[in-house]
Design a protein around this ligand. Structure first.
Ligand code: PEP
Ligand code: MN
Length: 265
């Protein structure tokens, strides 16, 4: 079992230093699944910032199930994220899939996301462990908590102590109603096993925007340190994950509701 104090991950953003950790206010990460164009990413960044988010998350490289689905705009999307950072001062989080993209991605990202499908890509974990940017490590869709903690250990062992663990739902037998089963019991379990900060992603966790607010509130009640929420200016037209994305209006409403739930924001 865990010994000692919880660790903290502090990230400097143009708007100031933000700390993820048990003894700190809730950190909210929001944004679209994919960066689609300059107008939509800057608009989303402005709206989520106004609602109180500290980080903008958007994908440039997307791990899609089908090779024929939209794969993300790649390097050009990194430039658009940099633009959104410049305009709003929000910290940027984006996913790295291929070690070959590490350098340009690390130049604009304040936190590098390793997605569920790469949670056990050990050579990728070693590479992000050997560089300085903090890592957001999503739980693999069929990973046990031990698998997940060992994956985090690869990054820590390579020398990078700034790791945040993100639960995003595990494979479910009942995919008729939800995309995944969001494992909120991981929060107290992780608290007992690890000092690392925790993030919950109810958007991928449920796959339906209607269920995101209640699961976000439940995550706070269970003690999460941070949340990741997908937000798109026009979810019906989204190039990926529209059904689970909140409109900026709904996100704003959610942020107002969450401010009364528990952990200070
Ligand atoms: C995402 O964050 O958009 C994503 C692809 O998430 P995951 O790796 O959890 O499926
Ligand atoms: Mn997504």
């Amino acid at each position: 079992y865990r010994q000692g104090d919880p660790s903290e991950v502090t990230v400097s953003t143009p708007n100031g230093a933000i700390t993820f950790g048990e003894q700190h206010p809730l950190v909210v990460v929001a944004g679209p699944c994919s960066v689609e164009n300059e107008e939509m990413i800057v608009e989303t960044a402005r709206r989520v910032k106004a609602a109180g988010a500290q980080f903008l998350r958007g994908g440039a490289y997307k791990p899609r199930t089908s090779p024929y689905a939209f794969q993300g705009h790649g390097e050009s999307a990194l430039g658009l994220l940099a633009k959104a950072r410049e305009v709003t001062g929000l910290g940027i989080i984006t996913e790295l899939m291929d070690a070959a993209d590490l350098e340009p991605l690390a130049e604009i990202a304040d936190i590098i996301q390793i997605g569920a499908r790469n949670m056990q890509n050990f050579s990728l974990l070693k590479k992000v462990g050997a560089q300085g940017k903090p890592i957001l490590l999503k739980r693999g869709m069929a990973a046990t908590i031990e698998d997940w903690l060992m994956a985090a250990e690869y990054i820590l062992a390579a020398g990078n102590s700034n790791v945040i663990l993100c639960e995003r739902g595990i494979r479910t037998f009942d995919s008729k109603y939800t995309r995944n089963t969001l494992d909120l019991s991981c929060i107290p379990v992780l608290r007992s096993l690890t000092h690392l900060p925790i993030m919950i992603d109810p958007s991928h966790g449920t796959g339906k925007w209607e269920y995101v607010p209640s699961m976000a509130a439940a995550s706070i009640a269970a003690g999460t340190d941070s949340l990741m929420i997908e937000v798109h200016p026009d979810p019906k037209k989204a190039m990926s994950d529209g059904p689970q994305s909140l409109t900026p209006e709904r996100f704003d409403q959610l942020m107002r509701e969450l401010s009364v739930v528990g952990k200070a924001m």
